[in-house]
Structure formats: C-alpha cells, structure tokens
Design a protein around this ligand. Structure first.
Ligand code: 6PG
Length: 255
C-alpha cells in the first residue's frame, strides 16, 4: 500500500523526508552492511538534502546514486550532481569514491551505458538481473513524470533488463538526459516521492489513480512507495454532501 503523508508546507515536507530517508539508510546499513541511496534533481529536494546532511552521525557505508541527470557537466548549474554536492555530498563529507555520478557530459547513450555497468558491478543485491537500491528520492513533474521517464515515452517500455536509459527529447529542458529505468525504480526497496505546491496536485492525484503510461509516477510499485506532500498538493478531502434543498438551515434561497 502506498504511504501518503500530508504536511502543512514544504518545510515540513523537507523535514519529514530527511528523517525518513535517514531511517531507511540506517536500517539498510544495519541489515545489509551498506545502503544504496539514489537522488533526484529539480527544485523540490534541495532543502531535504540540506537537512538530511545532518540527520546521520556517520555517512559511512552509504553509496550515493542518481535517479537521473541532465547531459551537462558536473559544474553546470543544471546538473543534479551539482545540486546534490552543494546540499548533501559536500556538507556530509561523502567521499567521491562512494558517489556514483551519471556522466552526463558523455551524452545520453555513452552515459547511460556506463551507468548501467556501474550499477551492475557495484550493487550486489539483486531482484533477478535488477540491482536493488535501498531508497530512491523522487520528485514528480506536473505531467506525472519521475526521474526522466516522461508520459508515453518509449523509455517506459524498455523492459525488465534495462537499468539505465538515454533520453533525447525531454519535454523538461534540457532535452538530453540519462535516467534510471522504470524496472530499477520498481525493484528498489523504497521510493520516496516528494511533491509541494498546487501545480503538482493533479499529477499526485493521477499517480494514485489507475496505472497509466500517460502518468509514469502511477507505474511505481505502490507497496514500496512513500509519498510526502504539502497541503497545497494533498488530494482534496471528499466534499461534504450538500444539505437537501428543503432544509432551510443551509440554503437561504429555500427559506
Ligand atoms: C530532473 C528531476 C525531475 C524532477 C521533477 C520535479 O532532473 O529534472 O529529476 O524528475 O524530480 O521534474 O521537478 P521539481 O522538483 O523542480 O518540481
């Protein structure tokens, strides 16, 4: 069952997400000796990463991956790696040999090929051929995309053996990207999806509805999904049934 948490504002979402991520990292280390954590980019998770940096006393035995990356250099202001480095990797002192950057500067094909190899070599826990990451932090686009898996895109049909995919036509700039496959997202022990702001309300509602290729987030594995949203996103509570017209108490026209 998807776990949906609604909090008053984006700051509360960031704080809760940081606590939840830290808890999952810690339990993965205790249970399996290592934690594999993948991060998304965009505007939503930066504050979470800043808070997360101080949620754990030690970042030993944590391997950091990425859910997607733009095909830019690591110092580019559009780089998801740069966002993570400035907010989490640097402040937490996570050494570069435990940070697995998607090499966007190599372009979609070569970058995706090398990342798939790194995942296969470095993540020892498997679901069939799929590497099992412990926690993947996701945002969601207003169109329901997650990572760089966009509505109706052929990447959604890449199959169970695809680990990492090239993207050439992202509707969200820049057009060239690298993304984890849907299969890898679905194999993860937990996906934590963060959404704040009214512009995400329809996408979150669609995600919780019928699975559809038109809403990639709806294809995540529901039983391994935590959704943390603010009030602006929260699905509206069911409307109270209006009083019957002959009830003068609430319908002045009827009196
Ligand atoms: C990216 C992200 C992307 C993001 C959503 C939401 O590289 O752009 O990984 O998937 O999570 O587009 O973006 P915002 O958090 O900026 O709304």
């Amino acid at each position: 069952m998807t776990r949906l948490t609604t909090l008053v504002d984006s700051e509360a979402v960031s704080g809760r997400a940081a606590v939840e991520i830290a808890r999952r990292v810690d339990s993965a280390r205790r249970e399996r000796g290592v934690a594999h954590l993948a991060l998304s980019g965009g505007r939503t998770p930066g504050r979470t990463y800043k808070l997360l940096a101080s949620e754990l006393d030690s970042w030993d035995r944590v391997e950091v991956w990425f859910a997607d990356e733009r095909c830019v250099g690591p110092q580019d202001e559009q780089s998801n790696f740069r966002l993570a480095h400035e907010t989490l990797l640097g402040p937490a002192g996570i050494p570069s040999d435990r940070v697995h950057r998607m090499e966007g500067e190599l372009g979609p094909e070569e970058g995706a090929r090398r990342y798939a190899r790194a995942l296969a070599e470095r993540v020892s826990f498997r679901d069939g051929d799929l590497p099992v990451l412990d926690a993947i932090v996701l945002g969601i686009g207003p169109d329901g995309h997650v990572a760089s898996l966009f509505p109706g895109a052929p990447t959604l049909d890449a199959g169970e053996r695809a680990l990492c995919l090239p993207v050439h036509d992202s509707p969200k700039p820049p057009p060239e990207r690298i993304t984890l496959s849907l299969a890898v997202l679905r194999a993860a022990r937990r996906c934590l999806l963060l959404a704040t702001g009214a512009e995400k309300a329809d996408a979150v509602a669609a995600m919780l509805g019928q699975p559809s290729r038109h809403v990639p987030a709806s294809l995540l594995r529901r039983g391994r999904l935590s959704v943390i949203v603010d009030d602006a996103v929260a699905p509206a509570p069911p409307r109270a049934e209006p009083d019957q017209p002959n009830d003068p108490g609430t319908n002045p026209q009827a009196s």
